[in-house]
Design a binder for this molecule. Sequence first.
Ligand SMILES: [Zn+2]
Ligand SMILES: [Zn+2]
Length: 179
Amino acid sequence: MGTEEMDTFKDRLQKILREAITELNSIGVYPSKTVTQVNVNTRARRRLGACRQTGGKPDPSYTIEVSSICRSLGDDDLKKIVIHELLHSCPACMNHGSRWKTYARKVESELGYHIGATVDYNDIGLGNEAERNYRYRITCVDCGKKMLRMRKCKVVVHPDLYRCSACGGMLQVDEINNN
Ligand SMILES: [Zn+2]
Ligand SMILES: [Zn+2]
């Protein structure tokens, strides 16, 4: 990712962060004021975003980051990721527990953004990006259902001992060429 591309992405994220905070405040959700920017993580390949807490009570600070693989996403999808992480900076929301979920539901019903606890890469068009991090693709020869594995686990070595969880079909293993 070149410097110019990185700067453009950071600018977009900054704008999206400001909009997201304004929209959240408008429905009475207040992320930590310590979040003033979005950092770009160029190494995270499997996690789209993260929220980290530094310093303990009574004044914790939070930083949020978004993976550079998200740069191909549209603003709406980026905003969902930013909101997901911003919600973690609300009091007692560092996990996906009931408080975080309550906020996520409020965002969905009042702002119309679906904020899931996990993001399906395929839903946001990053399926190929996700696959890049895995070494093995296991495909059901009957229904086509796919699973990805990072390591040479049992099902990769002995696909004949396993069956598709969806239809009971036979499984085929392919090594993914990551270049
Ligand atoms: Zn989360
Ligand atoms: Zn199947």
